[in-house]
Write a protein that binds this ligand. Sequence first.
Ligand code: SF4
Length: 268
Amino acid sequence: MDTPIRGLVYDIRSFSVNDGPGIRKTVFLKGCPLRCSWCHNPESFNFNPERWNRDEKTGLFTITKPEIIGKYYTADEIVEEVVKDIPFFEQSSGGITLSGGEPLSQAEFAFQILLKSKEYGIHTCVDTSGFATWQDVEKVAPVTDLFLYDLKLADNDLHKKYTGNDNRIIIENLMKLRFLKSELHIRIPLVEGITDTPENLEGLKRIIEKLPGLKRIDLLPYHTIARMKYRRLNLPYNLEEMPEYPLDKAEKILQSFSSAADMVTVGG
Ligand code: SF4
């Protein structure tokens, strides 16, 4: 008998409401080929389990406890967890979302989880940066009802500067993905002076124009809650001084994208 493939996961969250429609179980796969300056999940970067120290309050005292981030699971073990939430999925038209990190970096593991979830009739969603081989995108697409697809920076040099990697493969995959049957939503992080410049927003609109019938765009304002995580991981954080993204600015950007999709939201 074949040994089942195991994948590295750093969190499994029930009752997520911002990772696709309805109430979702979000499974966070560990490892990402990008290094977005604003990433709020730096514990997802590394493709191996790692350790950090977590502060825990007990009455008057705070104690520091070491914690391992990342655990190997089989797809069956993940799906066993996911099916427990089927009653909530049924009530809310929810389902499972694979997030990360970059879930397509563990494409075979992702495929098996999605395939087994579909066998239970569960709605499936993949939250991806699009930085993956086309073979990996094509592999998971038949068992993915919805892709939440990030678009960050239209200019390739800026993309390299702020994410550490090229955007060409991301745009190429997006242009091919529009012909497959999975639904597609675009997600745009709003980071002041980086992704929200008029040039970048116009550049992103030009890409989105090539996706006729796009159902939804989510604008995701930058928030500061990840700072503590960078400290715990001893990683430099280039946006230490960056404030939370102003919501009035996000609302204005929303207006400017209103004709680009059936629905445009701030916050997802
Ligand atoms: S693609 Fe996502 S998980 Fe990876 S670094 Fe960027 S924001 Fe973080």
